[in-house]
Ligand binder design. Sequence first.
Ligand code: SF4
Length: 117
Amino acid sequence: LTYLFISHNLSVVEHISDRVVIMYLGRVVESAPTEELFASPNHPYTQALLAEAPKLVATRRDYTPIKGEIPSPLNPPPGCHFHPRCPRAFARCKAEAPALKEIAPGRLSACHLNDAA
Ligand code: SF4
């Protein structure tokens, strides 16, 4: 039996899933076993999502939401769709869409930063 569970509630996703796929503007940007993705997210969008996910901690936290507006999926930015909001974007990101590539066994990510490693 397999469930495909779609949600923005990352706590529930972490709790019930074996594998997580992160999408941005209709493209898969990262896919990994749940434990690995939450322990060490690779894609800058995944990193930003997890950094801002609510947590059950008693200490005060300052939230720093992802900058900028979500572009229209009908007219997405060229290159990497996330580049106008990505804190790590560089020139190549504006011109070339990153391919979804295996970065480790069972882990996929679509980011040009992985090519430099
Ligand atoms: S390809 Fe560039 S803009 Fe896209 S997530 Fe990676 S660093 Fe950011």
